[in-house]
Ligand binder design. Sequence first.
Ligand SMILES: C[S@@+](CC[C@H](N)C(=O)[O-])C[C@H]1O[C@@H](n2cnc3c(N)ncnc32)[C@H](O)[C@@H]1O
Length: 380
Amino acid sequence: MDPRAQPSRSTRPSMRPVSGTYRHSRASACIVHTPSLEPIATADEEEEDETICESSDSPRTSPLPTHGQESSGSYMDDSLPPYKVALAPPTDGVGLFATRAIAKGSVVLGEAPIFTQPPPPGRTNSTVMAALSQCTRDEQRQYFNLTNAYKAPRPGKRELLPALGIFETNALPCGKARGGRRAGIFLVAARLNHSCQPNVERSWDESAQRMTFRALRDIVEGEELCMNYVDVLGTRAQRMEELRTAFGFECACVACAMDGEDLAASDRRRTTVRRLFEEVALCGSEPTLGLRKVKLALRLLKEENLVHYEASFCFDAFQFCTLVSDYANAKLWVRKAWEASCNTSGLDSPASRAFKMYWANPRAHELAGLLQHATLHGPD
Ligand SMILES: C[S@@+](CC[C@H](N)C(=O)[O-])C[C@H]1O[C@@H](n2cnc3c(N)ncnc32)[C@H](O)[C@@H]1O
């Protein structure tokens, strides 16, 4: 190993340069979930990097399939929403179901909050009631029809008055506030159930003050639309425990319904991806090894039907390639990261824009050329 190949200063930390916490939890994550795992910052969590600008040879045309009405956040190809509310039997409540096929990356729903609240302790039953008083009668009626997971006492949780209990059950993080993150009520999205194999991802558009929900993969008519409230890389037992403690329910999703060898294999894959996520960040001086780990993680994610983390791992692979000046493969990887990021958080998200910029100019990355020249591999 070339001793020069110890990119001491920044390699390790900057293996996750487009970092941040990409929380999947509902805002009742006053239950603090700090997923060191979570890869790509979404619009609600990532300050825009001011150093990023379009270079003149930026890729101009999108090689991606059309992203519905990407920027407007409205529905895909007709004026009717591509979902309906219907009973979701295993959950004791309702959920949202696709009323037609929805293509990967399409906007499923764009919604503004009826009101937002600061993080605790600034959020109380009185502040929620005050915000509700500014809403229409219909919004108030719909609000009080939402699920309240704090109705009955739960171990370790204090009972909450109804308005606050409903808020904590249904609110989603949306934007920053002094001392934490604001959270808001989205009357339609409040009907999205959790799945450990989600098919919908949310991203907050700070400038439009709207939440956009995109299809993580192709969705067939009749399929339930689900996002994930917690990180999904744990074993079933770990995920169940987290959902029970944080949200007070026993997860009835398809991944948690597995048993026997299927469950054991799924647990193994998810824990391996989690381990790889940590290990890849430590491979700054061993790009070949790092890239091998990335490829394994991507294969396991695919087998688990999990799309999250794809962009992050692809970006790691990009960095390994740029470290050794393998710019041809670096471009292939960052393009893949860009495609994955557009599918989950849209063309205009800070991560998507950063990936696009590096696709146009991989040498702009701070790790470029730090190690001895080598040729690695592109995506499979
Ligand atoms: C934000 S609401 C989602 C919509 C809710 N099902 C309804 O009827 O309004 C969250 C609640 O839905 C239920 N839920 C969501 N995901 C679930 C899952 N995977 N398994 C069981 N219950 C779930 C829990 O009761 C949870 O407190």
